[in-house]
Design a protein. Structure first.
Length: 419
């Protein structure tokens, strides 16, 4: 990380009184204060300031879609040819300094309240950390033999170094958080078990199932879910193959780059809206193009065809139209514009959903998409059970997941104070 470049960028900060960058941050980090302390080389104070709102600065500073969040709101983008202050790099630099110098995270003495956190991803880790820092006994239950969730298996190494991630997680666990790995809800324990044993429960185990398009051919051999490929790492042999990835978010980009690096002949990313409207970070799309990934924007897959295995997809071009009541332009198929694209594999990366066999047996109220229904503070339909992250329909970025975990932690504390 180029310190001189980062510092030069920090000195360009206008220190706006209204701090639009802070409003653009899902975690509401005090970015103006962070940059001021950074410029004064008060790095430990800057770290402590970040800790008021986040526990993942080294991670979020690297992988957040900053151009759509904090940096996208920076006033400098309007007066500096679209170039903002390097907020993400500053945040990551401070987080890395804390790891390098082993700066401690302060916490209050333990009280007698016990909370179970199910899921060790960004929502669960953040919830656990904020609870423990405020004196609560916390136990994380994780179905894998590692913590991190999508940070670990959903983001490739070329975007987030796993050695760094382990250091971040170890720093959180140093607070004194108990961890029980290889423990799956619905298999090794039930929600009722946790309700009986703990004073409160936070569910943050994510939505790991890849959504389908409900088009012909999705059950053919050679059709995969992007989330599952990234989580399990059980990829087919892509050598010399043509692969189509459906979607325009970070999962689509990550899986496309992973496949291209595995020597696929061609990788197409097909997204029904324009490049400007793609949910993925701009620089991620640009880097994918540099890797050789080909993008077909304003195209939509109508069907997948082949004799038992994938042979081709039918694709149709789209136009974007404004529909009454919608803020976002809607893609509409252009009649007569369909064509066939030969391919060997198709990867669905259009979204995710919770695993039905788990959420349907929790006894909690669900929304129409099968996600756990919560209020603004993370309360579920059961008194002592809270939820957050993708499992509860939170916007699908790490920062928003972490925000939901943090907000739930404060809601849990408020709930337990009344007990």
């Amino acid at each position: 990380m180029n310190y001189d470049y980062i510092k030069e960028s920090a000195y360009e900060c206008l220190q706006c009184i209204k701090s639009p960058c802070q409003k653009g941050c899902p975690l509401n980090n005090d970015i103006r204060g962070l940059i001021k302390l950074f410029r004064e080389e008060k790095y430990k104070e800057a770290y402590n300031l970040l800790l008021e709102t986040t526990i993942l600065p080294s991670v979020c500073g690297r992988i957040c879609p900053k151009s759509r969040q904090c940096e996208g709101k920076c006033v400098k983008t309007r007066i500096n040819n679209g170039k903002s202050i390097e907020i993400g790099k500053i945040e990551a630099f401070i987080g890395d300094m804390a790891l390098k110098n082993n700066w401690s995270i302060n916490s209050l003495p333990l009280n007698n309240k016990r909370i179970a956190v199910v899921g060790g991803g960004p929502a669960g880790l953040t919830c656990a950390a904020f609870l423990r820092r405020n004196g609560y006994n916390v136990t994380i239950y994780e179905r894998h033999d590692y913590l991190g969730g999508l940070l670990y298996h959903g983001i490739p190494d070329f975007r987030l170094d796993k050695t760094l991630l382990r250091k971040v997680i170890d720093k959180i666990l140093e607070l004194g958080i108990d961890v029980r790995l290889n423990q799956s809800i619905g298999k090794d324990f039930t929600l009722e078990d946790l309700e009986n044993e703990y004073d409160a429960v936070f569910l943050g185990f994510g939505a790991n199932g890849s959504s389908k398009m409900n088009i012909p051919g999705e059950d053919l051999k050679g059709v995969y879910g992007g989330n599952e490929l990234l989580e399990t790492g059980n990829h087919p042999d892509y050598e010399g193959k043509v692969v189509v990835v459906s979607g325009g978010g970070n999962v689509a980009i990550d899986v496309a780059c992973t496949i291209k690096k595995a020597n696929a002949k061609k990788v197409y990313v097909i997204y029904r809206r324009s490049e400007k409207e793609a949910p993925a970070e701009e620089n991620e799309i640009r880097e994918a193009k540099d890797e050789g990934v080909e993008f077909l924007f304003q195209n939509n897959i109508l069907g997948i065809y082949g004799d038992k295995t994938v042979e081709k997809v039918e694709v149709i071009k789209t136009e974007l139209v404004k529909k009454e009541g919608d803020d976002r332009l809607s893609p509409v198929n252009i009649e007569g514009s369909s064509y066939y694209l030969p391919c060997d594999y198709v990867v669905m990366a259009i979204g995710s959903h919770p695993e039905e066999f788990i959420v349907n047996n929790l006894g909690l109220e669900l929304d129409k998409r099968g996600r756990i229904l919560i209020d603004k503070d993370g309360y579920t339909s059961k008194e002592k059970v809270f939820a957050g992250g993708d499992l509860a329909g939170t916007i699908g970025t790490v920062a928003f997941a972490a925000r939901s975990g943090r907000d739930a932690a404060y809601a849990i504390m408020k709930y337990l104070e009344k007990m």
